[in-house]
Design a binder for this molecule. Structure first.
Ligand SMILES: Cc1ncc(COP(=O)(O)O)c(C=O)c1O
Length: 406
């Protein structure tokens, strides 16, 4: 696609940046709150949030201050030594997750790698023999990242193509079909199940609360780990800190990333006892994980979420925003089939390819993200104002009203 506003950065990308992200249409140079500006000075309402990352919007003053202060004090010492922010962050996450332990990393895919290694260690403990109990059941349409472990857990041809052979032991069952999972989970050979509470990249498909509760029971009965990927739907996005809280389940381990650092790369896995003892000295590690600067950024996110009561605010604003979005279905039932999702993780489900609409919306000043074939994702920052939420629905209404279905 040709750049919408060509500039010298577009030139540098065209010549030197690997082609795996295609040709991004804009160079964004500045952000504040829910707004970003491109190199030509045009302002956009950013409801992509860097793909569900900027929980506090852009450049929240508290976040900026914490990161600046920590950058001037201590950035990195590796995990050969303790750093204060990592300890505080682990304690803060334990407050939300319950007793247990946390391992830090740098991205979502890495967090899922940690979960998959945990599954292997659990399988070894269960069977007593390496390589016997290595099964991991995932959901059809799942997305768990682009590393070899992540791709193996992502049963999508477009992700896996060209990279086989992948890790063995993975099987996929349809989301919300409990009898299929019941059949797929074998007490002897299955170490874990891994699933997103709301599938994001797959097209905004929520797991039913009852399905999650039934799945938890099967896992407990067969000594299989229930591993939940909250990388996209977690950290307040759905109106609870974790989306699985709606189902009242207690996962054995949780993967987090994206919103946790508010834009600074950090990931984490929390593990419930006794599984938190499976990782012992030498079993896992990363040079950067839980570095002082990244941990400070995450602490700032959690602090602002509490001080500004962001979760309460999301819940307060959701009814009006969702009603405005549902009005799009009545306005263009031929084009907009459904509004799906929870809180600030919304899929506008279309009857057409969402990509041209994402372009038209961007040109009209609203940044959105396509997903899973026919979904257009809206992922506002948790700090978005009522006016900004209303503006997003207005821009959508304006663009969709005129849209010609071929
Ligand atoms: C549910 C889920 N898991 C894992 C990942 C991978 O995270 P990352 O891109 O940080 O590696 C993503 C990214 O979109 C995701 O949505």
């Amino acid at each position: 696609m040709a750049a919408e506003s060509p500039d010298s950065t577009a030139e540098l990308y065209a010549q030197h940046v690997a082609r795996n992200y295609g040709a991004p249409p804009l160079t964004l140079v500045r952000g504040q709150g829910s707004k970003v500006w491109d190199a030509a000075g045009k302002c956009y309402l950013d409801f992509s949030s860097g793909i569900a990352v900027n929980a506090l919007g852009h450049c929240h003053p508290v976040w900026v201050k914490r990161v600046q202060e920590q950058a001037a004090k201590l950035v990195h010492v590796s995990n050969l030594y303790r750093n204060e922010p990592q300890g505080q962050l682990a304690a803060s996450l334990a407050k939300r997750c319950g007793p247990g332990r946390v391992i830090f990393c740098n991205s979502g895919a890495e967090a899922n790698e940690g979960l998959l290694k945990l599954a292997r260690l659990h399988g070894l403990k269960k069977s007593g023999v390496e390589g016997v109990c290595i099964g991991v059941v995932v959901a059809e349409r799942a997305f768990h990242g682009r590393t070899f472990g992540g791709m193996s857990a992502t049963p999508q041809e477009k992700i896996q193509k060209g990279f086989r052979p992948l890790l063995s032991g993975f099987s996929a069952a349809p989301l919300n079909d409990i009898s299929a999972w019941d059949k797929a989970i074998d007490a002897k050979t299955t170490a874990a199940v891994l699933l997103e509470t709301i599938q994001g990249e797959g097209g905004v498909f929520p797991a039913d609360p009852q399905f999650l509760r039934d799945l938890q029971k099967i896992c407990r009965d067969r000594n299989v780990l229930l591993l939940i990927d909250e990388i996209q739907c977690g950290i307040g996005r759905t109106g609870k800190f974790f989306a699985f809280e709606y189902a009242g389940i207690k996962p054995d381990a949780i993967a987090m990333a994206k919103g946790l650092g508010g834009g600074f790369p950090i990931g984490a896995i929390w593990m419930a006892p006794p599984h938190d003892e499976l990782f012992q000295a030498g079993s896992h590690g990363t040079t950067f994980g839980g570095g002082a600067l990244a941990a400070s950024a995450a602490l700032a996110v959690l602090e602002v979420m509490e001080d500004e009561k962001l979760i309460e605010r999301v819940n307060h604003q959701v009814p009006v925003w969702h009603a405005a979005l549902r009005a799009l279905v009545s306005m263009r039932p031929d084009l907009v089939k459904e509004i799906r999702g929870t809180g600030y993780m919304i899929g506008v489900i279309l009857s057409v390819d969402p990509v041209p609409l994402v372009t038209a919306l961007r040109q009209a000043g609203l940044l959105t993200v396509p997903a899973g074939g026919v979904a257009l994702r809206l992922l506002p920052p948790l700090t978005a104002s009522a006016e900004e939420l209303a503006e997003s629905a207005e821009i959508l209404g304006h663009v969709l009203r005129e849209w010609k279905v071929a």
